[in-house]
Design a protein around this ligand. Structure first.
Ligand code: HEM
Ligand code: FES
Length: 349
C-alpha cells in the first residue's frame, strides 16, 4: 500500500466532480425534454411524463456506456486514469438515474391497474417467440436489480470484507446488467419507439464498448502454443519495455504476469492483480523503487512482491532470466511475497 494512498472519502475534488456530474445530468435531461418537445410536435407530441421517462432512460444508458468505456480507455491511454478514480461515484449516480426512470415508468405504465405494479411489469404482454415481441420490461427490472446490488456494495467496506477477487467478480455483473439492458432497449425500441434513434443508440454503444475492450485486450501478450509444464518461456526483448514500466503477458491458462523493467537494467516479474481491488499492476509504473498500482497507488517491491512497511500486502512473484536481448519467465507463480533473484540485463549501457 502507498503512503500517499487516501481511502475513498469526501474531499474538495470529489465534491466538484459530483456537482459537475449532476449538473451534466440535469443539463442532459433539460436538453432532451426541450429538443424532443420541438421535434415531436402536433400529432406526434408526447406527454411530458413520457418524455421524462425517456430522458432518464437514455441518460442512464449513456452513462453506463461511458462507465464501460473508462476501463479500456485508461488501459490504452493513461490520461484517462483520473476518470477511473471516480468511476464508483459515476456508477452510483447512474444507478440513481436508472432508478428514477424505472420508478416513473412503473408508476406511469403499471400504477393504475388492478394488479400490483411489480406483478404488472412481469405480466407485460409479449412472448419469446419473436425478437420484436419480447416482453422487454422484465429485462429492465433484472438489470435494475443487478445495478442495485453493485451500487449497494460499491463502498470500500464491501471490498475489504468480501476480498478483492470476490468483489471484482461481483462487480463484473455490470456486463450482465448491460446485456439485459441491450435486450430491454432493443426490444422496447421495436415496440415503442418511432424515431429510429434508439437502434442507433444501442448499436453505437455496443460497437464502442466492444471495440475498446477488444483493442485493450490485444495489448496483453498471449503466449500459449506448445508450452510444456515447468518450461521457461520467452516473452520478448527487454528493449520492448520502457524503463519503470511493464508489459503484461499471459502464458497458457496461467494468471496474467506483469514483467517490469526498472533501474534501467533490472527485470522483475510479478502477478498482475493488485491486492486492493484487483487493479492491473502491469499498467502502473515504478515510483520510489516500488511497483505502483495505477488505480489507487498501492505499492509492492519488485524484489519480493511485498508492500513496503508498515503495509502488509503481498503479491505472487515469478522467476525471470535475461539471455542476450530476450526475457525468459518461469510461469509457475511463487507464493505471495517470495523474494527471488531479479534478472539483470547483461552488458546494459
Ligand atoms: C423496473 C425496471 C424498469 C422498467 C419497468 C422499465 C420500463 C421501461 C418502459 C415502459 C420503457 C418504454 C418507455 C417509452 O417508450 O415511453 C422503457 C424504455 C427504456 N428503458 Fe427502461 N425500465 C426499467 C429499467 C431500466 C433500466 C435499469 C435502464 C438503464 C439504463 C433502462 C433504460 C431504458 C432505455 C434506454 C429505454 C428507451 C427509452 C426511450 O424510449 O427513449 N430501463 N423502460
Ligand atoms: S490500488 Fe486499488 S486496485 Fe490497486
Amino acid at each position: 500500500m502507498s503512503h500517499d494512498y487516501v481511502p475513498v472519502q469526501w474531499n474538495r475534488k470529489k465534491v466538484i466532480y459530483d456537482i459537475s456530474l449532476w449538473g451534466g445530468i440535469a443539463l442532459y435531461i433539460a436538453c432532451f425534454m426541450i429538443v424532443s418537445s420541438i421535434l415531436l410536435a402536433g400529432d406526434e407530441a408526447l406527454s411530458p411524463m413520457i418524455l421524462l421517462i425517456r430522458a432518464f432512460a437514455t441518460c442512464a444508458f449513456l452513462m453506463l456506456t461511458i462507465i464501460l468505456c473508462i476501463g479500456p480507455m485508461a488501459r490504452l491511454d493513461e490520461r484517462f486514469l483520473p476518470l477511473l478514480y471516480n468511476r464508483r461515484h459515476f456508477g452510483v449516480s447512474m444507478f440513481v438515474v436508472a432508478l428514477t426512470h424505472a420508478i416513473l415508468a412503473t408508476i406511469w405504465y403499471h400504477g393504475f391497474g388492478v394488479v400490483s405494479p411489480i406483478e404488472s411489469i412481469f405480466a407485460s404482454p409479449g412472448d419469446l417467440t419473436s425478437i420484436s415481441n419480447i416482453p422487454f420490461q422484465p429485462f429492465g427490472a433484472g438489470a435494475l436489480l443487478v445495478l442495485l446490488l453493485l451500487a449497494s456494495t460499491s463502498h470500500d467496506f464491501w471490498n475489504a470484507n468480501l476480498g478483492p477477487l470476490l468483489w471484482k467478480s461481483l462487480h463484473m455483473g455490470v456486463y450482465l446488467a448491460y446485456g439485459l439492458l441491450i435486450v430491454h432497449v432493443a426490444a422496447g425500441a421495436m415496440q415503442e419507439d418511432n424515431t429510429g434513434m434508439l437502434p442507433l443508440l444501442v448499436l453505437g454503444s455496443v460497437v464502442l464498448v466492444g471495440s475498446l475492450h477488444l483493442t485493450a485486450a490485444l495489448k496483453v501478450r498471449s503466449i500459449d502454443s506448445g508450452i510444456a509444464a515447468g518450461e521457461w518461456v520467452d516473452v520478448g526483448t527487454w528493449q520492448e519495455i520502457e524503463n519503470d514500466r511493464a508489459i503484461v503477458v499471459t502464458i497458457g491458462a496461467a494468471e496474467r504476469i506483469a514483467v517490469y523493467r526498472y533501474d534501467e537494467s533490472r527485470i522483475a516479474a510479478v502477478g498482475n492483480v493488485c491486492k486492493h481491488q484487483a487493479g492491473p499492476l502491469g499498467e502502473g509504473k515504478v515510483i520510489d523503487g516500488c511497483i505502483t498500482c495505477p488505480w489507487h497507488g498501492f505499492q509492492y517491491r519488485p524484489e519480493d512482491g511485498c508492500s513496503p512497511p508498515p503495509f502488509t500486502e503481498k503479491i505472487p512473484t515469478y522467476r525471470a532470466r535475461v539471455e542476450g536481448d530476450r526475457i525468459l519467465i518461469h510461469p509457475t507463480p511463487l507464493p505471495d511475497g517470495t523474494p527471488r533473484d531479479v534478472a539483470m540485463i547483461g552488458g546494459y549501457s
